[in-house]
Write a protein that binds this ligand. Structure first.
Ligand SMILES: [Zn+2]
Length: 132
């Protein structure tokens, strides 16, 4: 089981623009992305610098173990998302933002990701249904 982080680590794309990161990293196989190099994971799904096996010098991965792409065209990355929100399913950009590292957590609080936008949309549906 996974859940939406409270509070969210990233609320909206303007936060990214304010931070002016140099690079965005995004997964080759899942919906995961981040603008923080500290989020990159070892093969065990831990932040690389905290890998208990000392694998922190290997190739950075997403929390599921997928390899990553990266781009230094951060604004282009954000814009392409904003111009095609339907790509992310019925919740549009909210699903894209939910795929940011740390916005979806396991029961024990570890960042998680999915290869399916449907998972993020289902979490948002569930949250809306649970809201009073
Ligand atoms: Zn590790």
């Amino acid at each position: 089981m996974v859940k939406i982080a409270k509070p969210l680590r990233l609320h909206d794309l303007e936060d990214i623009r304010r931070q002016q990161p140099a690079i965005v990293f995004y997964s080759a196989k899942t919906c995961w992305w981040t603008s923080d190099p500290n989020d990159l994971c070892c093969p065990h799904g831990n932040p690389m610098r905290t890998c208990p096996a000392g694998d922190g010098d290997g190739i950075p991965l997403d929390p599921s173990g997928s390899p990553l792409f990266q781009t230094d065209d951060v604004e282009g990355f954000l814009k392409s998302a904003e111009e095609a929100p339907e790509h992310y399913g019925r919740h549009g950009l909210r699903a894209f933002i939910l795929a940011y590292h740390g916005n979806v957590l396991s029961e024990d609080g570890l960042p998680r990701c999915s290869s399916k936008w449907e998972m993020y949309n289902d979490l948002l549906d569930y949250e809306e249904e649970a809201a009073p």
